[in-house]
Design a protein around this ligand. Sequence first.
Ligand code: TRP
Ligand code: ZN
Length: 474
Amino acid sequence: MRLRPPPRAVPLPLLAGCLLACCLSCTGGDRAGGPDAGAPGVGDRLFPDAGNGGYHVGHYTLDLDYDPASGRLRGTATLTATADQDLSRFDLDLAGLDVRRVTVDGTKARTSRAGTELRISPAHPPRRGAHFTTTVEYQGVPRLLTDPDGSHEGWFRTDDGALALGEPVGSMAWFPGDDYPSDKAAYDITVTVPHNLTAVSNGELLTTRPASGGRTAYHWRSAAPMATYLATVAIGHFDVTRSTTPDGLPLYVAVDPRSDDAETAATLARIPEILRWEEGLFGPYPFASAGAIVDHLPRGRVGYALEAQNRPVFPGDGPPPAVDPVTLVHELSHQWFGDSVTPAAWQDMWLNEGFATLTEWLWQEHEGGPSLDASAADAFADSANWAFPPASPPDAAAVSAAPVYGRGALVLYELRRTLGASAFDRLLKAWPAAHRHGNASTADFTAFCARFTSRDLRPLFATWLYGAERPAHL
Ligand code: TRP
Ligand code: ZN
C-alpha cells in the first residue's frame, strides 16, 4: 500500500549536494584517490551518491551488538567483494557511526569520511578481478534518516528495541556497504541482544545461542542474493510463530505483543493462502522461507510497510490492525517483483510498485471486491497518477509518488488488454523466472514483452509508459 507522507519539494542544499556528487562521479573520483579510485556513487539519476563504483559485493557478514537502553550499536561488517578495476581506493556507504578500524585482506587500511562516503585506501590495492575482504569495526547510535520526500528510513528506535528499514538508501544507517539495488549479495546477520528480547532479520534463523553478559545471539542467513534496501533487523519483544505452509515453506512471523490483536493475527494467518494464490500467478515463490514482522512504533513515525526480503515489515503505528489483507498481498507480491527481480536503478521502481498494485487489483477481484476493470478505471481517473511518466520521476522526492504505483499498474493493465489474458498470464510467470534473483531495467521489460505478441508494442509504451499526457480514455 502507498501509505507515505505527502511528497515534499527537494530542499536546495540537497540538490546542490547531488550535483556536486554527480560531478565527482563523472570524473571518476577526486584527485586524492588517484586514477584507480572507485567512484563514490554509481551515478543513479535520482540518488547520485548511492552505491559505489569499482567493485561488487558477494557476501556480507554483519556481527551486531545492540544495547536498547543506550541505543548503541556495535558492529563488525565483513564484506567479500570482487574488484571491477584496480582499486587504489574505494568507498563504502555509511551514514554517521564511528569507524574504529578497517582492514583490507587483513591489513589495516587508511580511511576518511566525506558525507555518507567511507573512503578506504588499502595498503595493498586489489587488482582488477581480485577477490578481497574488507572488515569495518564501527559503533555509535545509528541515525534515523530523512528522505528527500520527507519520509523516514534507516534506524528507528522503538521503546523496546529498534527497527531498521532501508528503502531507498537507509541501510547505510546501520551497516557499511554498497548501498545500491544492483549490487545484490548473500548475508549472514548475527544480532546480539539482551536475553529477554528477540532479534529478527532476513533469511532463515540458523542458531540462537547464549552470549556474554546474559545476552542472546540470533544468527540469520540469507543465501539468496539480497539488495541492501531489503535488509532489515527488528529488535524487541515479539510473539513468534514458526510454522510450515502446506507446500512445505517455512514461515517465521514475529508480532509485537502491543500490535498482536485478533484482526492482525487473522490477516497474518492468510500468508499460506496468499502465497499459494500468488504462486499460481507468478510461479514458484523465490526464497527459502517467508513470514512477516509487525512492530509497534509511535503513530506516524514510519507510515509505510516495506517488502523486506523473506519478511515484509508492517509498522503498527496506529489503532489496530497493523496489517490488512490487501497490504499483505502487496508486500508479499514484492517478493517476486522487487526482491527477486530487483530494479536496476531507482527510476525502474515502477516495476516493483506497478506489479504490486496490479496484484492488489487482481486480489480484490478474486475476493469479490471491485473488478480489475473498476480498479483500473479508478486509477485512470485519479489525476495524481498523471503527474509524470512512471519510469521518469522528476527527482528523488518523487521516487514513490502516485504515478509509480497507479500509472505503473495501468501500463501492465493496458499490456494485458493488448496481449490478451492468456499471453499476459504467461508473461506474469516468465518475467520473474527470467530475472530470478537478479536485476532488471525498464528497457529489459519492454524488450521482454515483445516476445509475447506479434503486435508492435511501441505505441502502447509511448502512450502509457512514456507519454506526458493522460490519454483521452482508458
Ligand atoms: N516499497 C514500499 C511499498 O510500497 C513503500 C516504500 C517505503 C518506499 N519506503 C520507500 C518506496 C522508499 C520508495 C522509496 O510497499
Ligand atoms: Zn510496494
